[in-house]
Design a protein around this ligand. Structure first.
Ligand code: ATP
Ligand code: MG
Length: 340
């Protein structure tokens, strides 16, 4: 399904993922850190949405907040609607049924997500046991199938091995196998292929797209690789200092970024975008989350900034169907010559 055919309206509120006003704060010794601020986005059934932004912009915090995996003293507010239910307010027991079954997450650091004292095969099977009616031998067969799908060699033997016996890339594949075990309807994938070589990366992305087509699985894909966004995602959301600053279809955003930060990220990315193209670095450093600048958080690094940017934070305005931007000067930015 492409961006144009994917269902992008949530008319009855029961389809896909609807995130509204998601805000996550951490009380730190340096003050309150607002790691995700008023995050709004939708993911329709069968849609793949890329979430991009520099390190520390709040991508992982956003995914963890959706899955309700933020621990005290972190605080999450806002609404995360899934199938008409609010995950933020859902009782823990109900949430456990949803998590790992309907909604799965691929974590940025595989080691923190894998259980060190259980063989990989058992971890896949545990997930199947919790969320499917498969028998023991069916679970074993499915675990083996998943290991093969994610490209783990000697899968039969490796089912009985522990995470520490796996290399980093193999652990990442094992985690992908666990996440995909129950054919989730929503996959939150945090840099799922970063540690993998290009061939395996392509295979795994192909697998995700295949599942999306077959199961109308929705995907939120966090990546630093704009080539992956171009090749895989229908829409994208750009985060800066905990806020979404621009959203739109991948084609629209690549062709005409409206936010100066997006413009900087895209930099001189080849517009065909099929090579591995990492985010460009932008002059200056991201602000401290405990001491955000007044007005637009990007203004100290922005060549388009004027007085209003230093005083008033721009809202995430709708500028077209599914196209939003938070910039006082977005028209000027969009009209500017591309960075070469
Ligand atoms: N438990 C915590 N306590 C305090 N601050 C936290 C905590 N977890 C995350 N943060 C802060 O929230 C901010 C956003 O972190 P996050 O991990 O979401 O960034 P990211 O966009 O995923 O970056 P990367 O690309 O490096 O993975 C960071 O400044 C981080 O230090
Ligand atoms: Mg992260």
């Amino acid at each position: 399904m492409t961006a144009s055919t994917a269902q992008t309206t949530m008319s009855d509120g029961t389809k896909g993922l609807v995130v509204r006003g998601l805000t996550t704060t951490f009380d730190t010794t340096r003050g309150l850190a607002i790691a995700a601020a008023d995050v709004d986005f939708d993911v329709a059934p069968g849609e793949v949405v890329g979430l991009v932004g520099e390190s520390g912009s709040g991508k992982s915090v956003t995914l963890r907040s959706i899955m309700r995996l933020i621990r005290e003293p972190g605080k999450v507010s806002g609404r995360v609607e899934w199938g008409g239910r609010d995950l933020v307010a859902m009782p823990a027991e109900e949430l456990r049924k949803v998590r790992g079954g309907e909604i799965a997450m691929i974590f940025q650091e595989p080691m923190t997500a894998l259980n060190p004292v259980l063989p990989i095969g058992v971890q896949i099977e545990e997930n199947l046991k919790a969320h499917t009616g498969l028998t023991g031998s069916q679970r074993r067969a499915r675990a083996l199938e998943l290991m093969n799908i994610v490209g783990i060699p000697a899968a039969e033997r490796r089912l009985d091995e522990y995470p520490h016996q796996f290399s980093g890339g193999m652990r990442q594949r094992a985690m992908i196998a666990i996440a995909l075990a129950c054919s989730p309807k929503l996959l939150l994938a945090d840099e799922p292929t970063t540690a993998l070589d290009v061939t395996i990366q392509d295979q795994i992305l192909k697998l995700l797209l295949d599942l999306r087509d077959r199961l109308a699985m929705s995907v939120v894909l966090v990546t630093h690789d704009l080539g992956v966004v171009a090749a895989t995602c229908d829409r994208m959301a750009v985060m800066y200092a905990g806020r979404i600053v621009e959203t739109g279809t991948v084609a629209e955003v690549f062709a005409r970024p409206h936010h100066p930060y997006t413009r900087g990220l895209l930099g001189s990315v080849p517009r065909s975008g099929h090579s591995r193209t990492m985010l460009q670095s932008i002059d200056g450093t991201p602000p401290s989350l405990t001491a955000l600048p007044q007005g637009c958080a990007f203004h100290p690094r922005c060549s388009f900034a004027t007085e209003i940017c230093r005083t008033d934070r721009p809202p995430l305005d709708l500028i077209g169907a599914g196209r939003r931007v938070a910039c006082h000067h977005h028209e000027e930015v969009a009209a500017a010559e591309p960075i070469l």
